[in-house]
Design a protein around this ligand. Structure first.
Ligand code: APR
Length: 240
């Protein structure tokens, strides 16, 4: 069985589909103060402001009719053709990996189009606008429904499954992420320590602060570098 592959993706893989990244010069956090909309404190301070932000962001996202790009499609092709295990761990809330055909996708920062109740923790698919008066259909609580998106300071989702995948992987790819947000930014170190023989590759538009931690670096737009690299993997030419 060929070595298992774990692929960490960030906002950069969706940039060419028309979705803004967070920390580039025109990124989302250059326009909105994340402390005001993407933390638990913000939620407790002003639920309406937080909910209005995500209601508006979701509407813009839906209106843009974004589609998977060649990088998403290449990763889906890899999962279909590769004889070993392929796990995508995405920091993105968009579902473009699934739309491209990937099946084993772990959304560690949550998913667009889902709501979660802070009282009973139930998660439902939903595109409704949430307000501080929204009622949970499961427990009936009022004003406890929030987007199923992980805010700063909260524990990301699927961490046990992610760590298990990192420890058994033979190839770790980091695609389109600045490597500035933990625990995702620490996954490459986790692999280096716990799967010492694994090869680690950074594929990004440009070098990140995590660059020294990777064995190999491939820079360029994801829609160019990812399909080319996937062909190398499928041809068995990735060990060097
Ligand atoms: N192709 C490849 N990489 C790209 C492209 C592209 N076309 N465009 C931008 N990038 C790269 C940038 O160089 C940058 O390194 O994508 C990275 C995006 O970094 P961030 O904006 O920091 O996004 P990300 O790393 O996904 O942020 C992690 O932070 O705000 C939180 O929860 C949010 O999941 C997000 C997390």
């Amino acid at each position: 069985m060929p070595p298992a592959i774990v692929i960490l993706t960030g906002a950069g893989i969706s940039k060419e589909s028309g979705i803004d990244t967070f920390r580039d010069k025109d990124g989302l956090w250059t326009k909105v103060d994340l402390e005001e909309v993407a933390t638990l404190d913000a939620w407790h301070r002003d639920k309406k402001k937080v909910l209005d932000f995500y209601n508006e962001t979701r509407k813009q996202f839906r209106a843009a009719h974004v589609e998977p790009n060649a990088a998403h499609r290449a990763l889906a092709h890899l999962e279909q053709q590769y004889l070993g295990e392929v796990t995508i761990v995405t920091q993105n809330i968009d579902t473009l990996h699934e739309a491209a055909g990937s099946r084993h996708v772990l959304h560690m920062h949550g998913r667009d189009g889902e709501v979660r109740c802070m009282n009973c923790d139930k998660v439902d698919e939903s595109d409704i606008d949430l307000t501080p008066q929204s009622v949970c259909p499961h427990c009936g609580s009022v004003g406890e429904l929030r987007p199923n998106i992980v805010w700063f300071g909260e524990m990301p989702q699927h961490m046990d499954e992610i760590h298990a995948a990192l420890e058994r992987c033979g190839l770790f790819l980091s695609i389109g992420t600045s490597g500035e947000v933990y625990p995702a930014a620490g996954f490459v170190l986790h692999v280096r320590r716990r799967a010492a023989r694994a090869r680690t590759v950074e594929l990004n538009l440009e070098a990140t602060g995590n660059q020294p931690l990777f064995h190999e670096h491939i820079y360029g737009p994801a829609t160019e570098v990812v399909p080319r690299y996937v062909e190398r993997v499928l041809a068995g030419r990735w060990q060097y």
